[in-house]
Design a protein around this ligand. Structure first.
Ligand SMILES: Nc1ncnc2c1ncn2[C@@H]1O[C@H](COP(=O)(O)OP(=O)(O)OP(=O)(O)O)[C@@H](O)[C@H]1O
Ligand SMILES: [Mg+2]
Length: 360
């Protein structure tokens, strides 16, 4: 681990552990030290049993994830810490993007999981991604350029069969680099510059991009509320939000899928951003609706968390990024199934702006 990675992991909001390819605990963050009531050093030296006792359910989940080559989650897991203390938590084991031999283990404690309001939860998920992304950028990007360069050198002295393999290395390295770039967008925590924007203009642009690319086989319809006022927005960031939502909708509804983009203005609507918080007005609603099967049942509470994916080659970062950007706009994003027949709905609620650019 290079210097700096430890501090970044320490910034994560949820207890999280990084597990290396040998199954050893290499990093724990401060939240995890508190949660486990032990130090990083003790964990490194004495391993899993220092935290969870021998043959724990958590260690079992990690081995399961490793042997099955994917992520796994278990909800409401009883934990018995060394020292006798007990707790219950949801445990999420996820391979790290394109470095799947590294795993993150994240804990969502039950009392928190049930109390925390959706928006706060989303912000937490986004924050946890910040640390992981920053760390990965450091850990992965440098060796990648070395691997790429070495493969290109090899390519000059070998036959066509061999070159096919070196081309494969270069292509895969480029894919990983792209993924890391995408994760790096989480590490940017500077406040966003917001300007008054016309959401219909943004949606129109996103629709054109989608129709020329990933949604070429889908039918996209729109139902816009012409009374919509301007939104305090960062245009590029909102384009990313709606591209991600449309891409998921296209992937879920498949060929001949039907996707609707709708907008509505509900000046009376107030949303509470956390238990006890003052309600804020989020009157502007954009919905991306598709006629696909909806989010898998046991994923519903976790879709906005980073690295949650059911797709081959998916990174599970799309919706985490959506949640981060929408939160930075002072808004909320939520998932719903409704209608007859049932449809998948991702709803983004945003504040509107006065012409000065200040949210109302
Ligand atoms: N419209 C949808 N219908 C059904 N399931 C969805 C929809 N949108 C998201 N999901 C589920 O949520 C998961 C997480 O979505 P997310 O966009 O974060 O990642 P991804 O699409 O799997 O990967 P990436 O966006 O990085 O390509 C998806 O894998 C899918 O299972
Ligand atoms: Mg996606």
């Amino acid at each position: 681990m290079i210097a700096g990675a430890a501090e970044m992991l320490a910034g994560l909001a949820v207890p999280a552990i990084l597990v290396d390819p040998e199954g050893m605990l290499t990093q724990v963050n401060l939240a995890a030290e508190n949660f486990l009531n032990t130090s990083q050093q003790a964990l490194r030296e004495r391993g899993w049993s220092a935290a969870f006792g021998p043959d724990s359910a958590v260690e079992g989940l990690v081995w399961r994830a490793r042997s099955e080559g994917g992520g796994c989650a278990a909800y409401d897991v009883p934990l018995q810490f060394s020292g006798g203390r007990t707790a219950r938590a949801d445990v999420l084991v996820s391979p790290i993007g394109d470095a799947p031999e590294w795993l993150t283990v994240a804990f969502q404690t039950r009392s928190v999981a049930t109390l925390v309001d959706r928006q706060v939860h989303q912000q937490g998920a986004a924050r946890s991604a910040v640390g992981v992304a920053a760390m990965l950028a450091h850990e992965i990007k440098n060796p990648l350029s070395g691997i790429r360069g070495a493969a290109q050198l090899l390519a000059s002295g070998i036959d066509a069969d061999g070159r096919e393999l070196t081309d494969l290395i270069v292509a895969e390295v480029d894919r990983i680099a792209k993924l890391v770039d995408r994760m790096e967008s989480f590490t940017d925590t500077r406040p966003m510059k917001l300007r008054p924007e016309n959401i219909h203009e943004i949606l129109g642009h996103v629709r054109r991009v989608a129709e020329r690319g990933f949604a070429a086989d889908a039918v996209i319809r729109e139902r816009y509320d012409p009374s919509l006022p301007l939104v305090a927005a960062n245009r590029d960031a909102l384009v990313q939000v709606f591209l991600n939502l449309l891409k998921n909708a296209a992937e879920a509804s498949g060929r001949k899928g039907r996707i609707w983009i709708t907008t509505a203005y509900r000046p009376g609507l107030k949303v509470r951003a956390g238990a006890g918080a003052t309600p804020v007005s989020l009157p502007l609603e954009v919905r991306i609706i598709d006629n696909g099967p909806g989010v898998d049942g046991d994923l519903v509470d976790h879709v906005f968390e980073p690295f949650v994916t059911t797709k081959r080659g998916g990174s599970g970062l799309g919706l985490a990024l959506v949640a981060k950007i929408v939160a930075e706009h002072g808004g909320v994003v939520e998932y719903d199934r409704a209608g007859e027949p049932e449809e998948t709905i991702f709803r983004v609620l945003l504040p509107v702006t006065r012409d000065s650019g200040e949210p109302v």
